[in-house]
Design a protein around this ligand. Structure first.
Ligand code: SAM
Length: 273
């Protein structure tokens, strides 16, 4: 049998389609999500329903966002899920999660085995809606999960770690081997839980400034902060903020990035330099 065909559907590579086929893994993910009746649950990329079915069984209603028209149509006619589903056949990258939370009158619980080709931009899209989200459970490339959870001093620590941890508590849940999918991806996978902070521990005045600083610092991650961010912060400012300018991007904490961002927001002239 063609290894790209699963349940009569030819997996589309451009949509990052790798369907879960491993019941033990599926059960473990659903147990980690722990869906409860009445919750506003949303699945990104339901595909052939590997997670949708067991989660849907526990609920009266479930929202799904699926880009592939054929798969969305299949779900619409699914024998027991069909009537429970609200299906948005659209790109999750353009989905308005805040509008859905408002319509449902409660924060969303978002989950999905994400298409790996867009997982990082999709995470950033979701971070902009953390006020409307209670928690998120995602299957991702293991390497991306490692980056989400990484702390200062590790190779995996980067812009994604800082931005994710700014918004959320990040908890790795389980690792998943390639054979658990059809077709098997070339990389290992892992499930992660992201819980938006009720109160952001290190709030910044402007998220775009934090975004800019992390982009510039990690863009030159082998250089010292004096070299990568010296055009924004003088040695005196680094010293005033207690940030050692001889360190590299990967050596300073989320709290320190937030401090730098707030200083820059309060001193906008230097942004033009
Ligand atoms: N949930 C299924 C499973 O676990 O077997 C399928 C997971 S598969 C890795 C990713 C799913 O996301 C596919 O169904 C794919 O069509 C869908 N998808 C891809 N890009 C998408 C996008 N931009 N927005 C919404 N869904 C997307």
């Amino acid at each position: 049998m063609n290894n790209r065909v699963h349940q009569g559907h030819f997996a589309r590579k451009r949509f990052g389609q790798n369907f879960l086929n491993d019941q033990y893994i599926i059960d473990s993910i659903v147990a980690a999500i722990h869906p409860q009746k009445g919750e506003a649950m949303v699945e990104i990329g339901p595909g052939l329903g590997a997670l949708t079915e067991p989660v849907g069984e526990r609920l009266d209603a479930l929202t799904v966002v699926e880009l592939d028209r054929d798969l969305a149509a299949r779900l619409q006619t699914h024998p027991f899920l069909g009537p429970k589903l609200t299906i948005f056949q659209q790109d999750a990258m353009t989905f308005d999660f805040a509008a859905l939370a408002q319509a449902r009158g409660q924060p969303l619980r978002v989950f999905g085995n994400l298409p790996y080709n867009i997982s990082t931009p999709l995470m950033f899209h979701l971070f902009s809606y953390t006020d409307a989200i209670k928690d998120m459970h995602f299957m991702l490339q293991k390497e991306v999960v490692n980056r989400l959870v990484a702390g200062p001093g590790s190779k995996a620590y980067g812009r994604l770690s800082v931005m994710a941890q700014y918004y959320c508590q990040v908890i790795p849940v389980l690792e998943v081997p390639p054979e658990s999918f059809t077709p098997a991806p070339k990389v290992d996978s892992a499930v992660v839980r992201l819980v938006p902070h009720a109160v952001v521990p290190h709030p910044v005045q402007q998220i775009k400034t934090l975004s800019r600083i992390t982009l510039e610092a990690f863009g030159k991650r082998r250089k010292t902060l004096r070299n990568s961010l010296g055009h924004l912060f003088s040695d005196a400012v680094f010293a005033e903020l207690g940030v050692d300018a001889t360190l590299r991007a990967e050596n300073i904490s989320v709290a320190q990035y937030c401090q730098l961002a707030n200083w820059l927001t309060a001193n906008p002239v230097s942004q033009e330099e």
